[in-house]
Design a protein around this ligand. Structure first.
Ligand SMILES: C[S@@+](CC[C@H](N)C(=O)[O-])C[C@H]1O[C@@H](n2cnc3c(N)ncnc32)[C@H](O)[C@@H]1O
Length: 236
């Protein structure tokens, strides 16, 4: 595969709403939160910025996008400039968030936490949230433990250091100090792609990226009963 990863595929194809349920699920979740034009929101691992754009357009919230992949950063910047959205974009990591303690009212992490050092990123989220602030995440979760070899296949493909059950997420969130911890499995109608996919292709993408897309599809299908996700909401 020439060292190319699932994230190279997402970045070069410029996949918007690169999380289960896509923008429709995002809109649904956000509608139960108290977001307003006074809210400062961090879209942590914002990808091409689809959700960040929505947060400004729908709520007039003050939005900051944080993203580690330079191609994603360019594509998000492009979106914000083209649509003239006053969204600040920062190239950096959620494992070391370049903001002071108690900065944000909301943090969104849509399929990002699962891929990083989870305790480190969670304690960063806790640090930069205001007291009473909310973390909203949509993260890969397994429904039960299974064959270690098959778990390794998934961990290897997505380059994740662990696969968490609901109770593992719960424990990590509690250890960091979050309260009102809720993890919800989703209505399949929302999770099965009834939204138009969005792409912003790079001019120079490698043909091997189609193999990565294919392998992702195979893994999702092969492990459909086990490999799932939860919408996680917590309060600081
Ligand atoms: C599955 S994509 C989701 C992107 C976006 N949240 C969305 O839903 O469309 C994961 C994103 O997290 C970014 N990412 C991975 N590790 C990161 C880190 N340590 N800090 C910031 N962003 C990170 C990747 O570059 C990628 O854009």
């Amino acid at each position: 595969m020439g060292g190319l990863t699932y994230f190279d595929f997402l970045a070069k194809f410029g996949v918007g709403g690169a999380h289960p349920g896509g923008i429709l699920l995002t809109q649904n979740i956000l509608s139960s939160e108290n977001i307003s034009e006074n809210s400062l929101v961090l879209d942590a691992g914002c990808g091409t910025g689809q959700t960040a754009a929505y947060l400004y357009q729908q709520y007039k919230a003050k939005v900051i996008g944080l993203e580690i992949n330079p191609i994603m950063v360019e594509k998000a910047k492009d979106r914000f400039q083209t649509q003239q959205l006053p969204i600040q974009l920062i190239h950096g990591s959620i494992e070391e968030i370049p903001f002071d303690d108690h900065s944000f009212d909301f943090i969104l992490s849509e399929s990002v936490l699962a891929f990083v050092d989870k305790p480190k990123a969670l304690s960063e989220f806790h640090r930069v949230l205001k007291k009473g602030g909310r973390l909203i995440a949509n993260e890969m979760t397994i429904n039960k433990r299974f064959n270690p070899q098959e778990e390794a296949e998934i961990m290897n493909f997505y380059a994740v250091d662990s696969l968490l059950l609901e109770e593992d997420w719960h424990r990590l969130l509690q250890e960091v100090g979050f309260k009102n911890i809720e993890l919800k499995a989703q209505n399949p109608a929302l999770s099965h792609g009834n939204h138009a996919p969005e792409f912003n292709f790079s001019k120079d993408f490698e043909p091997e990226l189609f193999h990565i897309l294919n392998e992702h599809g195979n893994i999702v299908l092969k492990y459909q009963d086990i490999l799932s996700y939860r919408v996680i909401t917590v309060t600081k």
